[in-house]
Design a protein around this ligand. Structure first.
Ligand code: ADP
Length: 184
């Protein structure tokens, strides 16, 4: 069966691709950050490596000024050496079995990032699959939460956003997000 990888919602195209977040050329890419905004592994490690020292320094400065970033919140820095001029950092929920409000917190991450992108007048943003790596959120449960959060945000106010892209690392993740997109 053909996978649905694109859907236009209120004038914004939601697009699913397989690839690497550090290679995306949208106005912003989203970092699956930790509360300390430190490099770490996974998406955060890759973004800090590719973004370079100026990105890591900007994160350290925000951490020093504002303290740890709460789950579901978002902050923005310049992208350093990344193709994307901006990075929006958000902290996804750690999976504890689903009874700790994980879905609401995950949805809040997507909303916070999109709100920040709109506030800055950005035209496009790429998300990774937040929380589904080290934070252990099952991807088949995270995908519908992510896509519903994005869709409901866009239906309310999509600002200047022309594209919201999801970049999935594996073919399996892409297929699960495609399934969730078809179900919207
Ligand atoms: P979290 O801590 O929020 O779970 P991770 O960075 O551990 O975030 O992983 C989130 C998802 O991003 C996982 O599905 C992981 O496979 C994927 N991922 C890891 N590195 C990259 C990358 N360079 N580009 C895109 N996705 C990535």
């Amino acid at each position: 069966m053909a996978q649905q990888t694109e859907l236009t919602i209120a004038g914004t195209t939601v697009r699913l691709v397989q690839g690497d977040i550090t290679k995306q050329d949208t106005d912003a890419v989203v970092n699956a950050a930790n509360p300390d905004l430190a490099p770490g592994g996974g998406v955060a490690g890759a973004i800090h490596r590719a973004g370079g020292a100026s990105l890591t320094t900007a994160c350290r400065e925000i951490r020093r000024r504002e303290g740890p970033l709460a789950t579901g919140e978002a902050v923005i820095t310049a992208g350093g050496n990344l193709p994307a001029p901006w990075v929006i950092h958000t902290v996804g929920p750690v999976w504890h079995g689903g009874k700790g409000g994980e879905a609401e917190l995950l949805a809040r991450c997507y909303r916070s990032c999109l709100a920040l992108a709109c506030e800055r007048g950005l035209g496009s943003v790429t998300f990774p699959s937040l929380s589904t790596g080290a934070y252990g959120y099952p991807v088949e449960l995270a995908a519908p939460v992510a896509l519903r959060a994005v869709a409901s945000f866009l239906r309310e106010d999509s600002g200047h956003l022309k594209e919201v892209r999801f970049v999935l690392f594996s073919g399996r993740d892409l297929a699960l997000y495609a399934q969730a997109l078809s179900a919207l």
